[in-house]
Design a protein around this ligand. Sequence first.
Ligand code: NAD
Ligand code: IPM
Ligand code: MN
Length: 367
Amino acid sequence: MTNPSLLILPGDGIGPEVMTEVRKIIDWFGAKRGITFDVSEDLVGGCAYDKHGTPLHDDTMAKAQEVDAVLLGAVGGPKYDNLDFSVKPERGLLRLRKEMDLFSNLRPAQCFDALADFSSLKKDVVAGLDIMIVRELTSGVYFGEPRGIFEEGNERVGINTQRYTESEIDRVARSAFDLAMKRGKKLCSMEKANVMESGILWREVVTEVGKDYPEVELSHMYADAGAMQLTRWPKQFDVIVTDNLFGDLLSDLAAMLTGSLGMLPSASLGAPMDNGRPKALYEPVHGSAPDIAGQGKANPCACILSFAMALRYSFDMGEEATRVEQAVNKVLGDGVRTADLLNEEGITPATTAEMGDAVIAALDASL
Ligand code: NAD
Ligand code: IPM
Ligand code: MN
């Protein structure tokens, strides 16, 4: 049997720093569990632009299409802020998502027990929180046409278009219902059907798909009210399905419920490949964090947990995924904290490498 293949794209800023810790975990699986991945590494984002003049080389795109899973760190940074829009680092990531057709973006927000005190919300509001945001990832206002900056009379106008076809809504809704069936059987769909036609269609199609899932309790909420409810009492939710832009905003919000952006992983899934597993890219929800890059301060947990999602969704290794998640939980329970997980003065935070090493030690202890 051939080894599962993994393309690693560390990217920019803290991306390579957190990915170094994931490499340790991949090596641990080879050495201690006899699970070996065929790992290749390549460039995406600003570093790809520096080398090739494009944020994603065609060869890298082709490799991403061939492997069992892609793991990405983060892209972007101030160095690239003034580049032409078409070659900005973020375009590399968007191209990967679009060309791999990764329409369903799973962004879990789980509150680790040891961090319940750390959230900006009251402990009883977040303790035990376990929700899943399913964000549509390949359409909507991120990709709709017409788009651009145009001259209109004596001024310029910036245009982006929110556009959803029935089939695009249908497929992401089905992925969310399927997930709800495996979880708490509750799905809340968020749009703004009160002001947007695309929202009206979204609500209609999700309701229609719901008829195929009679066991799932479906509700609808306007996305602004959803943001409010997420901060008021997030535990009312199980799975949330929403569009590309609302999902971007709501998932950052949900990230802070759990304490830090540095804790949240994500999986972007497409249609099944020949092996029955979905085409997939895994990445932390956070970005390249230019403010802390190069200082050994980044929390590697979001990227480590993204690898755990790859174990679960691409490699059918749910038990090993749980092993990694429990190792992270143990490390947090032992009080190991990177700076983003500390709000008291006088405590020396763990470095990125120390956090990664602590997870390895917890994995060793799990055997
Ligand atoms: P960001 O997520 O990079 O940072 C927001 C804040 O969270 C910063 O204060 C940062 O220090 C902190 N933070 C983020 N990840 C952390 C971690 N692992 N450990 C500790 N602290 C962490 O968002 P931003 O500052 O809005 O964006 C910076 C750049 O990243 C931009 O170029 C943006 O386009 C890009 N970005 C990329 C991705 C991605 O690659 N998927 C996602 C979001 C933003
Ligand atoms: C994310 C990021 C990206 C997005 C950017 C970097 C293109 O914010 O993954 O949440 O807006 O989707
Ligand atoms: Mn975002």
